[in-house]
Write a protein that binds this ligand. Structure first.
Ligand code: FE2
Length: 304
Protein backbone atom coordinates (compact mmCIF):
# COMPACT_ATOMS: atom_id res chain seq x y z
CA UNK A 1 0.00 0.00 0.00
CA UNK A 2 0.93 3.63 -0.30
CA UNK A 3 2.34 4.85 3.02
CA UNK A 4 3.80 8.26 2.22
CA UNK A 5 3.57 11.17 -0.15
CA UNK A 6 7.04 11.13 -1.61
CA UNK A 7 7.78 14.22 -3.62
CA UNK A 8 6.91 16.08 -6.78
CA UNK A 9 8.88 16.35 -10.03
CA UNK A 10 8.57 19.68 -11.82
CA UNK A 11 9.72 20.77 -15.27
CA UNK A 12 11.32 24.18 -14.97
CA UNK A 13 12.58 26.80 -17.42
CA UNK A 14 16.01 27.39 -15.85
CA UNK A 15 17.42 24.68 -13.59
CA UNK A 16 20.01 26.84 -11.82
CA UNK A 17 17.43 29.54 -11.07
CA UNK A 18 14.88 27.00 -9.80
CA UNK A 19 17.46 25.26 -7.56
CA UNK A 20 18.71 28.61 -6.23
CA UNK A 21 15.15 29.61 -5.26
CA UNK A 22 14.60 26.34 -3.38
CA UNK A 23 17.94 26.78 -1.60
CA UNK A 24 17.73 30.49 -0.80
CA UNK A 25 14.05 30.83 0.14
CA UNK A 26 12.94 27.35 1.23
CA UNK A 27 16.20 25.88 2.54
CA UNK A 28 16.36 22.79 0.32
CA UNK A 29 19.71 21.10 -0.36
CA UNK A 30 20.81 19.59 -3.68
CA UNK A 31 21.91 15.96 -3.27
CA UNK A 32 22.58 14.99 -6.90
CA UNK A 33 22.49 16.43 -10.39
CA UNK A 34 22.43 14.27 -13.52
CA UNK A 35 22.42 16.19 -16.81
CA UNK A 36 19.35 18.45 -16.72
CA UNK A 37 17.85 17.00 -13.50
CA UNK A 38 18.46 18.14 -9.91
CA UNK A 39 17.45 16.14 -6.81
CA UNK A 40 16.82 18.14 -3.63
CA UNK A 41 16.07 17.24 -0.03
CA UNK A 42 15.58 18.73 3.44
CA UNK A 43 16.19 15.56 5.44
CA UNK A 44 17.86 12.14 5.12
CA UNK A 45 15.91 11.05 2.06
CA UNK A 46 17.76 11.33 -1.27
CA UNK A 47 15.04 13.58 -2.68
CA UNK A 48 11.87 15.37 -1.64
CA UNK A 49 11.81 17.40 -4.87
CA UNK A 50 12.95 16.74 -8.46
CA UNK A 51 13.56 19.64 -10.86
CA UNK A 52 13.94 18.92 -14.58
CA UNK A 53 15.10 21.65 -16.93
CA UNK A 54 12.75 21.68 -19.91
CA UNK A 55 11.84 25.16 -21.15
CA UNK A 56 9.58 23.68 -23.84
CA UNK A 57 7.23 21.82 -21.45
CA UNK A 58 6.38 23.89 -18.37
CA UNK A 59 4.42 21.73 -15.96
CA UNK A 60 4.66 19.04 -13.33
CA UNK A 61 6.08 15.68 -14.40
CA UNK A 62 4.54 13.52 -11.67
CA UNK A 63 3.43 13.36 -8.06
CA UNK A 64 5.35 10.56 -6.34
CA UNK A 65 3.83 8.16 -3.81
CA UNK A 66 5.88 5.62 -1.84
CA UNK A 67 4.73 2.00 -1.46
CA UNK A 68 5.61 -0.59 1.22
CA UNK A 69 6.44 -3.48 -1.07
CA UNK A 70 7.75 -3.63 -4.66
CA UNK A 71 4.87 -5.98 -5.52
CA UNK A 72 2.48 -3.09 -4.75
CA UNK A 73 3.65 -1.22 -7.86
CA UNK A 74 1.93 -3.46 -10.40
CA UNK A 75 -0.91 -4.36 -8.03
CA UNK A 76 -1.89 -0.71 -7.49
CA UNK A 77 -1.46 0.03 -11.21
CA UNK A 78 -4.04 -2.71 -11.92
CA UNK A 79 -6.43 -1.21 -9.34
CA UNK A 80 -6.01 2.18 -11.01
CA UNK A 81 -6.92 0.70 -14.39
CA UNK A 82 -10.17 -0.68 -12.92
CA UNK A 83 -11.28 2.88 -12.00
CA UNK A 84 -10.58 4.58 -15.31
CA UNK A 85 -6.87 5.28 -14.92
CA UNK A 86 -4.02 3.96 -17.04
CA UNK A 87 -0.51 2.63 -16.38
CA UNK A 88 2.13 4.55 -18.33
CA UNK A 89 4.25 1.53 -19.26
CA UNK A 90 5.68 -1.01 -16.82
CA UNK A 91 7.94 -0.97 -13.78
CA UNK A 92 11.31 0.70 -14.40
CA UNK A 93 14.51 1.21 -12.43
CA UNK A 94 17.59 3.35 -12.80
CA UNK A 95 16.25 6.65 -11.46
CA UNK A 96 18.79 8.12 -9.03
CA UNK A 97 17.76 7.72 -5.38
CA UNK A 98 14.99 5.17 -5.79
CA UNK A 99 14.90 1.43 -6.39
CA UNK A 100 12.03 1.09 -8.87
CA UNK A 101 8.82 2.79 -9.98
CA UNK A 102 5.79 2.74 -12.24
CA UNK A 103 3.69 5.69 -13.34
CA UNK A 104 -0.09 5.90 -13.68
CA UNK A 105 -2.41 8.55 -15.06
CA UNK A 106 -5.94 9.49 -13.98
CA UNK A 107 -8.68 9.71 -16.60
CA UNK A 108 -8.36 13.51 -16.68
CA UNK A 109 -4.56 13.40 -16.92
CA UNK A 110 -2.98 13.75 -13.45
CA UNK A 111 0.24 11.71 -13.36
CA UNK A 112 1.47 9.77 -10.31
CA UNK A 113 4.69 7.86 -9.86
CA UNK A 114 4.43 4.91 -7.47
CA UNK A 115 7.91 4.10 -6.21
CA UNK A 116 9.72 1.79 -3.81
CA UNK A 117 13.04 2.15 -2.03
CA UNK A 118 14.17 5.72 -1.32
CA UNK A 119 17.93 5.92 -0.75
CA UNK A 120 19.11 7.52 2.49
CA UNK A 121 21.70 10.30 2.45
CA UNK A 122 23.60 12.00 5.29
CA UNK A 123 21.48 14.61 7.08
CA UNK A 124 21.93 18.12 5.61
CA UNK A 125 23.92 20.61 7.70
CA UNK A 126 21.97 22.38 10.45
CA UNK A 127 19.79 25.10 8.92
CA UNK A 128 16.29 26.45 8.56
CA UNK A 129 14.65 23.80 6.38
CA UNK A 130 11.26 22.07 6.02
CA UNK A 131 10.73 18.80 7.88
CA UNK A 132 9.53 17.03 4.74
CA UNK A 133 7.53 17.26 1.54
CA UNK A 134 3.96 17.08 2.83
CA UNK A 135 1.13 17.18 0.31
CA UNK A 136 -0.21 18.25 -3.07
CA UNK A 137 -3.48 19.84 -4.12
CA UNK A 138 -4.81 19.05 -7.59
CA UNK A 139 -7.58 20.66 -9.60
CA UNK A 140 -10.00 18.39 -11.45
CA UNK A 141 -13.15 18.84 -13.52
CA UNK A 142 -14.83 15.64 -12.27
CA UNK A 143 -14.18 15.28 -8.51
CA UNK A 144 -16.35 12.17 -8.03
CA UNK A 145 -14.39 10.21 -10.66
CA UNK A 146 -11.06 11.42 -9.29
CA UNK A 147 -12.07 10.52 -5.74
CA UNK A 148 -12.80 6.97 -6.94
CA UNK A 149 -9.31 6.96 -8.50
CA UNK A 150 -7.80 8.00 -5.14
CA UNK A 151 -9.89 5.69 -2.95
CA UNK A 152 -10.38 2.54 -5.05
CA UNK A 153 -7.30 2.91 -7.27
CA UNK A 154 -4.54 4.27 -5.05
CA UNK A 155 -6.09 3.21 -1.72
CA UNK A 156 -6.16 6.64 -0.03
CA UNK A 157 -8.60 7.32 2.81
CA UNK A 158 -11.13 10.13 3.23
CA UNK A 159 -10.37 13.00 5.63
CA UNK A 160 -12.69 15.96 4.93
CA UNK A 161 -15.06 17.48 2.41
CA UNK A 162 -16.17 21.06 1.73
CA UNK A 163 -19.42 21.03 -0.21
CA UNK A 164 -18.93 20.00 -3.84
CA UNK A 165 -15.73 22.08 -4.14
CA UNK A 166 -12.96 20.27 -2.28
CA UNK A 167 -12.01 17.08 -0.47
CA UNK A 168 -8.93 15.92 1.45
CA UNK A 169 -7.39 12.41 1.47
CA UNK A 170 -4.69 10.70 3.53
CA UNK A 171 -2.37 7.70 3.30
CA UNK A 172 -0.56 8.00 6.65
CA UNK A 173 -1.08 9.90 9.90
CA UNK A 174 -1.14 13.32 8.18
CA UNK A 175 -4.65 14.73 7.65
CA UNK A 176 -4.01 14.97 3.93
CA UNK A 177 -1.47 13.94 1.38
CA UNK A 178 -3.68 14.85 -1.58
CA UNK A 179 -6.35 17.56 -1.74
CA UNK A 180 -8.85 17.72 -4.61
CA UNK A 181 -10.37 20.97 -5.86
CA UNK A 182 -13.18 21.38 -8.39
CA UNK A 183 -11.97 23.60 -11.24
CA UNK A 184 -12.54 24.19 -14.95
CA UNK A 185 -8.80 23.53 -15.43
CA UNK A 186 -7.08 20.19 -14.73
CA UNK A 187 -3.72 21.18 -13.21
CA UNK A 188 -1.70 21.35 -10.00
CA UNK A 189 -2.95 23.87 -7.46
CA UNK A 190 0.10 23.65 -5.16
CA UNK A 191 2.68 21.47 -3.49
CA UNK A 192 3.45 21.75 0.21
CA UNK A 193 6.26 21.47 2.73
CA UNK A 194 5.81 20.77 6.47
CA UNK A 195 7.51 23.09 8.97
CA UNK A 196 7.77 22.80 12.76
CA UNK A 197 5.75 25.91 13.68
CA UNK A 198 4.20 29.21 12.58
CA UNK A 199 7.42 31.15 13.21
CA UNK A 200 9.13 29.10 10.50
CA UNK A 201 6.51 30.30 7.99
CA UNK A 202 7.42 33.87 8.93
CA UNK A 203 11.09 33.19 8.30
CA UNK A 204 10.26 31.85 4.81
CA UNK A 205 8.29 35.04 4.08
CA UNK A 206 11.25 37.12 5.34
CA UNK A 207 13.64 35.29 3.00
CA UNK A 208 11.23 35.65 0.07
CA UNK A 209 11.30 39.42 0.62
CA UNK A 210 15.02 39.68 1.37
CA UNK A 211 16.32 37.28 -1.28
CA UNK A 212 13.84 37.84 -4.14
CA UNK A 213 12.00 41.08 -3.19
CA UNK A 214 8.67 39.24 -3.45
CA UNK A 215 5.66 38.75 -1.19
CA UNK A 216 3.34 35.92 -0.17
CA UNK A 217 0.31 35.04 -2.32
CA UNK A 218 -1.88 34.30 0.73
CA UNK A 219 -1.47 33.92 4.48
CA UNK A 220 -0.22 33.31 7.00
CA UNK A 221 -3.43 31.98 8.49
CA UNK A 222 -5.05 28.69 9.52
CA UNK A 223 -7.16 26.37 7.38
CA UNK A 224 -10.28 24.70 8.81
CA UNK A 225 -9.89 21.28 7.15
CA UNK A 226 -6.61 19.88 8.50
CA UNK A 227 -6.32 22.74 11.02
CA UNK A 228 -2.88 23.69 9.64
CA UNK A 229 -1.19 27.07 9.45
CA UNK A 230 -0.51 28.08 5.86
CA UNK A 231 1.52 30.58 3.83
CA UNK A 232 1.43 30.39 0.03
CA UNK A 233 4.00 31.74 -2.40
CA UNK A 234 5.08 31.19 -5.99
CA UNK A 235 8.33 29.38 -6.76
CA UNK A 236 10.79 30.51 -9.46
CA UNK A 237 8.55 29.11 -12.23
CA UNK A 238 5.21 30.32 -10.87
CA UNK A 239 4.11 27.00 -9.33
CA UNK A 240 2.53 27.58 -5.91
CA UNK A 241 4.14 26.27 -2.72
CA UNK A 242 2.23 26.01 0.53
CA UNK A 243 4.27 26.14 3.72
CA UNK A 244 2.42 24.39 6.55
CA UNK A 245 2.67 23.74 10.25
CA UNK A 246 0.49 21.90 12.79
CA UNK A 247 -1.29 19.73 10.20
CA UNK A 248 -3.79 17.56 12.11
CA UNK A 249 -3.13 13.85 12.61
CA UNK A 250 -5.70 11.19 11.82
CA UNK A 251 -6.52 8.34 14.22
CA UNK A 252 -4.89 6.32 15.65
CA UNK A 253 -1.91 8.76 15.65
CA UNK A 254 -4.22 11.72 16.38
CA UNK A 255 -7.86 12.39 17.17
CA UNK A 256 -9.01 14.37 14.12
CA UNK A 257 -12.61 13.60 13.21
CA UNK A 258 -13.36 13.51 9.46
CA UNK A 259 -16.23 15.86 8.70
CA UNK A 260 -18.16 17.81 6.09
CA UNK A 261 -17.51 21.56 6.10
CA UNK A 262 -19.78 24.35 4.91
CA UNK A 263 -18.64 26.27 1.84
CA UNK A 264 -17.88 29.76 3.07
CA UNK A 265 -14.64 31.78 3.27
CA UNK A 266 -14.09 31.13 6.96
CA UNK A 267 -13.81 27.40 6.28
CA UNK A 268 -10.45 27.64 4.55
CA UNK A 269 -9.40 30.83 6.34
CA UNK A 270 -10.03 30.61 10.06
CA UNK A 271 -8.36 33.97 10.75
CA UNK A 272 -9.43 36.20 7.86
CA UNK A 273 -11.28 36.71 4.62
CA UNK A 274 -11.73 34.77 1.40
CA UNK A 275 -8.75 33.60 -0.67
CA UNK A 276 -7.40 36.16 -3.14
CA UNK A 277 -8.03 35.68 -6.85
CA UNK A 278 -4.30 35.18 -7.40
CA UNK A 279 -4.48 32.10 -5.17
CA UNK A 280 -7.57 30.69 -6.86
CA UNK A 281 -6.27 31.23 -10.39
CA UNK A 282 -2.74 29.88 -9.87
CA UNK A 283 -2.17 26.53 -11.49
CA UNK A 284 0.78 24.58 -12.85
CA UNK A 285 0.00 22.45 -15.91
CA UNK A 286 0.63 18.74 -16.36
CA UNK A 287 3.68 18.12 -18.56
CA UNK A 288 3.32 15.52 -21.32
CA UNK A 289 4.35 12.10 -19.95
CA UNK A 290 6.20 9.49 -22.01
CA UNK A 291 5.44 5.82 -21.16
CA UNK A 292 7.97 3.65 -19.32
CA UNK A 293 11.10 5.10 -17.80
CA UNK A 294 11.19 8.80 -18.60
CA UNK A 295 14.28 9.73 -20.59
CA UNK A 296 15.38 12.20 -17.90
CA UNK A 297 15.30 9.52 -15.14
CA UNK A 298 18.56 7.85 -16.09
CA UNK A 299 21.37 6.86 -13.75
CA UNK A 300 24.61 8.82 -14.10
CA UNK A 301 27.02 7.46 -16.70
CA UNK A 302 30.11 6.04 -14.98
CA UNK A 303 33.44 7.72 -15.80
CA UNK A 304 35.99 5.48 -17.52
FE1 FE2 B 1 -2.62 22.53 0.69
Amino acid sequence: MIHRIGHIALRVADLDAAVAFQQDVVGMVETERVANVAYLTCNERHHELVLIEDPAHRGYEHIALEVDDPADLERIARCVERVGGRALGGVYDGQPGIDRAIRVRSAEGHVFQLFHGMREVPAPPAGDRPIKFEHVSVKVRRPAAFERFLRDGLGLRFSDRMGPFASWWHCDADHHGIAVVLSPRVELSHYAYAWPDLNALGRVADRLRAERDRKLVWGPSRHGPGNNHFAYLHDADGAMIEHCSELALMPPAGDYQARRWRWDPTTINQWGGPPPLRFLLTGYPIAPAEPGRPSWAAAPVADH
